[in-house]
Write a protein that binds this ligand. Structure first.
Ligand code: 0WE
Length: 258
């Protein structure tokens, strides 16, 4: 039942070998899924090459540029899926961005444009991609996004991203309610802090990781592959009764009060 053979899975958000999306893609592949991978294109094509080399061992049958701020790229991604796959079973949304200046200092100083950018890329993109995938999820499906505890607690410096993740988790519930009748499930994994390209750009991330290692019941942080395993569970038939949920994959940190 953990078998994903014959399932078409689109994975967004792989930037390098530390990406949570990379951990998820590896475990989906291991479970037998047919992968499609999207990447954030840049003008020099450096990202395309980097991600292509990384994912090559997983034999993705689709490899497409998809900047979620670009309507044409989103449309062409799903047109290609319709054309080459005909249908899609699994959508992994592993995307977030806020301007660096909005991830420190006072939240009240977030600019209008910074707020818009963070919520456009990190929050709206889930609804947009889910809406595009919906008509292609012909025999039901599973949509999964990644969140963080900063959605429900005030975490120092997470600021506008916390608001974006709160909106993301609410979006999971509205999408789950909308798409349930089509047997499309929508869930989030709230992962503990992990050293990735995004988090390493944040001042103090190592101190946060050391704090989690002291407080979390398991006395450690989680790995990208552990998040990947939970993702495979939620997207497989073993997760068939679960929708609209936020599953904490955080070594237990979220339950602690002191
Ligand atoms: O969701 C995230 C990462 C979000 C993120 C990080 C960056 C850094 C570089 C979004 N956009 C950017 N933009 C950049 O220019 N995490 C859960 C990791 C994370 O980010 C934090 C954290 C943690 C944990 C930011 C501040 C405080 C804690």
């Amino acid at each position: 039942m953990l078998d994903l053979a014959g399932k078409n899975a689109l994975v967004t958000g792989i930037a390098n070998n530390r990406s949570i999306a990379w951990g998820i893609a590896q475990q989906l592949h291991k479970a037998g899924a047919n992968l499609g991978v999207t990447y954030l294109s840049d003008d020099k094509g450096k990202m395309e090459k980097k991600v292509a080399d990384l994912v090559a061992p997983l034999n993705p049958s689709l490899f497409l540029p998809c900047n979620v701020q670009n309507e044409a790229e989103i449309n062409s991604t799903f047109a290609t899926i319709a054309d080459k796959w005909g249908s899609i079973d699994i959508l992994i949304h592993c995307l977030a961005f806020a301007n660096k200046e909005d991830l420190s200092g006072d939240f009240s100083q977030t600019s209008r444009f910074g707020f818009q950018t963070a919520l456009e890329v990190s929050t709206y993109s889930l609804a947009r991609l889910a809406g595009a995938a919906k008509p292609l999820m012909k025999s039901g499906g599973s949509i999964l996004t990644l969140s963080y505890l900063g959605s429900v607690r005030a975490i120092p410096n997470y600021n506008v991203m916390g608001v974006a993740k709160a909106g993301l988790e609410a979006s999971v519930r509205y999408l789950a309610a909308e798409m349930g009748p089509e047997n499309i499930r929508v869930n989030a994994i709230s992962a503990g802090p992990i050293r990735t390209l995004a988090s390493s750009a944040v001042g103090g991330i190592l101190d946060m990781i050391h704090h989690v290692e002291k407080i979390a019941p398991l006395r450690r942080t989680v790995t990208q592959l552990e998040v990947g395993n939970a993702a495979v569970f939620l997207c497989s038939d073993l997760g068939s009764g679960i929708t609209g949920q936020v599953l904490y994959v955080d070594a237990g940190y979220e339950i602690m009060g002191m």
